[in-house]
Design a protein around this ligand. Sequence first.
Ligand code: NAG
Ligand code: NAG
Ligand code: NAG
Length: 432
Amino acid sequence: MTSCIILSMAIVVSAAKDSATHVPPDFQSDYSYSKPGFITTIESEASKDVGKAFLFHGEASKDVGNTSITFEGSLRRRKIAGRRGKGRGRGRRCRVADGTKCQFSRCGRGKLLPRCATGFASGVVGGRRGLSYTVTSHNDSLSNPAPGTLRYGAGLAYSNPRGVWITFSRDMTIRLRTQLLVWNHTTIDGRGFKIIITQSNIGMSGVENVIIHNLQVSGIYGGTGDTVHIFNSRKVWVDHLTCFDGENGLVSAVEGSTDITISNCYLANNNFNMLLGAEDTDIVDKDMRVTIYRNWFKNSNQRMPHCRWGYCHVVNNLYANWGLYAISARENARILSERNVFVAGIKPEVTQWSSDYNSQSDITPRIVSKGDLLLNGARFHEFLHFGRAGAPPYRRPRNYPPVVKPGKLFRLIGRCSGALVGKRIRSCFLYG
Ligand SMILES: *[C@@H]1O[C@H](CO)[C@@H](O)[C@H](O)[C@H]1NC(C)=O
Ligand SMILES: *[C@@H]1O[C@H](CO)[C@@H](O)[C@H](O)[C@H]1NC(C)=O
Ligand SMILES: *[C@@H]1O[C@H](CO)[C@@H](O)[C@H](O)[C@H]1NC(C)=O
């Protein structure tokens, strides 16, 4: 597998190009979100829920059990809040009314998962038409991957033109020895178990049609790249991922990648969070289209996201405590920030704006805020020097993600973001 090694090296080199700033010292301490009176503004619904929502994630993570069997039953009884009354015949028709819960309902069960995709990655099918493969061993070996391991399964898509759909047989922690490369038409579907991938990252380069779903990928150190590193690839859906504590970025899409949706992820405790377009000279990214939807960006210093050249639709996300900035752009990028919640922690400015911004600065990006909810003193400085961002260029109107009022995001994202297993799924459906 010489090609693997070459690709890994290419990824390391590119990752190193964009790693200038370090986390400021005051950023290391965890900000207390549950302080009484923390929320100072607007929407009573939001302030009522915020304390609970933030506490919840901490409690929940202790509690990711293997009780997923019970949730199907409880779902059926409730008939899924988001869908009730929309489809006829008691919900038999699965209209994808909710870009968060569909994945865990009967509508998105098994290889029906792709119908839950929304945003620019709509139409992705991953390995639906390919081999079915179950990971039974947490072992990893680069030189001689054994059948039953994740690396062996991912490699199957290299030679199989229809790709592979990978599931897991039990809870497991996989310590990758080096970057895991994902090929064309691949789904890694972690539903049903608590799957943790650590030590090395997941990468893709020059591929299309990939779904990465319901995993924790965390603690990626040692220069293998960003936690999920997407190079020159298209139609990629990264969904319900729990990512934190990486040496580099968490999820990034660079060097000609497009038609990507990053949704329902819990992305926390990092300096560089999400880089979309890595270099000012990467004109190839002018066709980049990324949907960033219902993610929880928490305790991170910068890049949530940082966009270059392309169009970034940042819609219905929850932001809590950023450092340098939350959102920024360069090189003609367009960002529509729509109905997000920004809860300021140590810094108020959402965008990378300062009073000495002048004609020497890159004023080409357009950053527009539409219906965002700004809390705890958060301020949003729009960038309109070259006009407005325009509507997101979805191919079909129905690819536009379902948008809720930002006040609802505390519960929804607080309960439903990241990898969901067992009680957390039930909690998402009952209270999210
Ligand atoms: C959950 O996992 C534990 C240990 O892995 C096992 O003992 C228990 O039977 C499992 N419970 C269910 C409901 O599968
Ligand atoms: C994992 O690898 C170890 C050492 O190479 C081996 O002894 C063990 O049998 C493997 N486990 C499985 C489930 O393949
Ligand atoms: C994956 O798909 C891309 C785009 O269709 C193609 O150029 C590339 O050769 C494929 N890779 C493999 C390993 O088949």
